[in-house]
Design a protein around this ligand. Structure first.
Ligand SMILES: CCCCCCCC(=O)SCCNC(=O)CCNC(=O)[C@H](O)C(C)(C)COP(=O)(O)OP(=O)(O)OC[C@H]1O[C@@H](n2cnc3c(N)ncnc32)[C@H](O)[C@@H]1OP(=O)(O)O
Length: 160
């Protein structure tokens, strides 16, 4: 059986995210995995993910960094707790802060390798450093501060 991505463990009601929701047919459906101590995702930009001809749109790059960061945060929290992903209660994270540096134009037409390094794991916060490479060359890097999803953000909850 194929390895499950971090995002495949999200429950259905949290699987509609534009960046990583497996149930969002219009979304990017990013899939992230462990690779030793790092996390990795490969994303294939479509021709319409364009900034200018031949160059990937920066907002798309920010999106993949964002969702790779929050997915990695969830996986890191499970690992730090010594628990298997998918066991309850779930560790779900939202983005508190997303920083992106665009180092050089990201060429369109090649897969993007998105790698995360876990910088910090606390009970409510995980910090993930992310790089984006195209054709082996680092084109962007960023940092995601992910915070445990507050109860009131859970679908179906209306109280703030
Ligand atoms: C499970 C599927 C989900 C997929 C998600 C995909 C990614 C997304 O797009 S999520 C949507 C975008 N994000 C949001 O809508 C979140 C909106 N923001 C919020 O709800 C809140 O501000 C929230 C939850 C992030 C933080 O809540 P808040 O009560 O301020 O947290 P708080 O307890 O003060 O801080 C916790 C830690 O985070 C840090 N922190 C909070 N906000 C920030 C920030 N903007 N920048 C840096 N650090 C921050 C705090 O410094 C603190 O760190 P430490 O423990 O080291 O002191």
């Amino acid at each position: 059986m194929a390895e499950k991505a971090f995002q495949d463990y999200y429950p259905d009601e949290l699987s509609h995210c534009y960046g990583c929701g497996r149930l969002n047919e219009h979304g990017l459906q990013l899939k992230s995995y462990w690779d030793g101590d790092e996390t990795v995702a490969v994303f294939h930009p479509r021709p319409y993910h364009m900034a200018i001809p031949g160059v990937v749109y920066g907002g798309l790059i920010a999106s993949v960094i964002d969702c790779h960061g929050t997915g990695s945060a969830s996986a890191a929290a499970y690992r730090a707790a010594g628990r298997e992903m998918g066991t309850d209660p779930g560790f779900r994270f939202v983005t508190a802060s997303l920083r992106v540096d665009f180092l050089r134009p990201t060429p369109l037409g090649v897969p993007l390798e998105v790698r995360g390094r876990i910088r910090e794991v606390k009970e409510r916060k995980v910090v993930v450093a992310v790089t984006v490479r195209a054709g082996g060359e680092e084109c962007a890097r960023g940092e995601v501060v992910a915070v445990r999803m507050p109860e009131h953000m859970m679908p179906g909850r209306t109280t703030a």
